[in-house]
Design a protein around this ligand. Structure first.
Ligand code: BGC
Length: 261
């Protein structure tokens, strides 16, 4: 493992948060910094905020790549979708845009993928030897599939069809908040969602993250699934920690497929 902390940055719809991560223990080495996401969240505007965060921590981090998460599908450095960020991210050469702005290497990953990796490395699924499915219940539903410690990126299981609906349009935590639904009713929606997902993937363990996971006592006991289902442990730190871990890992295992530009 590296000696110097690796910077992880989590880009969300409302805030952009970063912290240097001590990868030997999977914890923030310093207090995180949060800056509001620009109203017009284009690649250029977001990259300017990311630069502020990188400059803020410059003295504390090594010169290897930094990890950045984004609520989008990311293949070989290109963002292919855009959830809760400006649509101009679709098909943008995002890694290149960040690197040009920052003058250093970066590794860009889907937000839920980063959170899943963090839970497998340091959290609720630490060292799990089988197939782990991480789901983040927030504005949308994010997912990460990790098999024997290896991430299968961009699973996007928030968008499977359940009872004729895009799953996240029924079972994201934001829908519960918007409609004032009780946890008992919300659990019924989650029951349908996880039932469909488990019939397709047969995971060994499901981890539930996102802000709502802090109230997991209110809904997990109502679920009746074949798969063990547990709350995430790293909470809102998971994205930053997973991004930093993946950035370090990419130095040792670079993507063999050339980056799209
Ligand atoms: C997006 C995913 C993202 C998730 C959580 C979904 O709507 O399609 O890429 O991981 O929201 O932010």
């Amino acid at each position: 493992m590296t000696e110097r902390p690796v910077l992880g940055i989590d880009i969300g719809g409302s805030g952009i948060k970063g912290a240097p991560v001590d990868l030997t223990v999977g914890e923030f080495a310093t207090k995180r910094l949060r800056i509001e996401t620009p109203q017009h969240s284009t690649p250029k505007n977001v990259a300017a905020v990311v630069k502020e965060i990188v400059d803020h921590f410059a003295d504390q981090i090594g010169d290897g790549p930094i990890g950045i998460t984004i609520p989008a599908v990311v293949t070989h450095g290109q963002t292919r979708s855009a959830a809760n960020i400006d649509k101009s991210w679709i098909d943008a050469p995002a890694e290149q845009i960040f690197e040009d702005q920052l003058g250093r290497g970066i590794v860009l990953v889907n937000d839920a993928d980063a959170a899943g990796v963090a839970e497998v490395q340091y959290g609720a699924a630490k060292g799990h030897p089988g197939l782990v499915l991480m789901t983040t219940l927030g504005t949308g539903i994010g997912s990460a599939l990790i098999y024997r410690g290896v991430l299968i990126p961009n699973s996007e299981l928030g968008h499977i069809e359940v009872d004729g609906h895009d799953a996240e349009s029924r079972a994201a935590a934001s829908i519960k908040d918007k409609t004032g639904m009780s946890y008992q009713d919300y659990a019924k929606r989650l029951q349908r969602y996880y039932e469909v997902v488990e019939a397709l993937f047969w995971p060994d363990l499901i981890v539930v993250g996102g802000g709502v996971s802090k109230d997991s006592d209110e809904f997990l006991p109502h679920l009746d699934l074949k798969t063990k289902i547990v709350p995430a442990e790293l909470r809102n730190k998971a994205g930053i920690i997973g991004a930093a871990w993946l950035a370090h890992d990419a130095e040792e295992h670079p993507d063999p497929i050339p980056r799209a530009t």
